[in-house]
Design a protein around this ligand. Structure first.
Ligand code: SAM
Length: 234
């Protein structure tokens, strides 16, 4: 259930060392959030690419979030035992052991600000979100004016929102809402690639279970990315 007792009352109340024990003494907070992470393909792909970055998936389905938690735990054990004995463990980045990724079972539409402090995120991912086709269900969509205010709060200026979907109507919906919101500015794929974000964009397209399913079905994928801009002072 969404009972508030299940949730931390504020990001300050979260003991991140339980999620990221190898980073316990670094004072680091999660900087990448994968909203509706499903089976965790994005987190697992990005983990070794950003060894200094903590990443958190949010997933509402109990069994799916448990599956991802078990998957990460298994990867940590396997990766740790695969390290050659000639290499001292301190010489190996903790991310090589998938220590920099974790997951919470949470309704991101209600509780995202309970997890992420103001301006703590550099990247926010919405990959193949549920389309909620019928108009009366549009309020259930994960991109809406109210929620965009929360996303803008959690993202630091310069941070990026990545969206991708195989549903054209949802793509247009997400894009038009993000473009209309004063704290977000559309940024095209080429610009992001030129800024070194190519590996992230590749992962956005291909790393998730839903993305792979769309490929198998020869579906089209629409990407739309947005930068969290600074507030204009006048
Ligand atoms: N991003 C994953 C991928 O690309 O494979 C999963 C895509 S799946 C179509 C959408 C996911 O969002 C589902 O796993 C669903 O349970 C989750 N979800 C839907 N609403 C959510 C919410 N309010 N908070 C957290 N997760 C949610």
């Amino acid at each position: 259930s969404d009972h508030s007792l299940d949730y931390p009352s504020s990001p300050r109340d979260i003991d991140w060392s339980i999620h990221y024990p190898a980073y316990a003494n670094t004072g680091k907070l999660p900087e990448f959030a994968d909203v509706g992470c499903g089976f965790g393909g994005l987190l697992i792909t990005l983990a070794p690419l950003f060894p200094d970055t903590l990443m958190l998936g949010m997933e509402i389905r109990v069994q799916v979030s448990q599956y991802v938690q078990d998957r990460i735990a298994a990867l940590r054990v396997t990766a740790a035992s695969a390290v050659p004995t000639s290499v001292s463990s301190t010489a190996v980045s903790p991310s090589a052991h998938f220590q920099n990724i974790s997951i919470v079972r949470a309704n991101a539409m209600k509780f995202l600000p309970n997890y992420f402090a103001k301006h703590s995120l550099t990247s926010l991912f919405f990959l193949f979100p549920d389309p909620h086709f019928k108009s009366r269900k549009h309020k259930a969509r994960i991109i809406s004016p109210t929620l965009l205010a929360e996303y803008a709060y959690a993202l630091r200026p310069g941070g990026i929102v990545y969206t991708i979907t195989d549903v054209q109507d949802l793509h247009e919906w997400m894009r038009s809402h993000l473009e209309a919101f004063p704290l977000f500015e559309h940024v095209d794929e080429e610009t992001l690639r030129a800024q070194g974000k190519g590996p992230v964009i590749d992962a956005v397209y291909t790393s998730t279970e839903e993305g792979k399913k769309v490929e198998r079905n020869h579906g089209k994928k629409w990407l739309a990315c947005f930068k969290r801009i600074e507030v204009q002072r006048q």
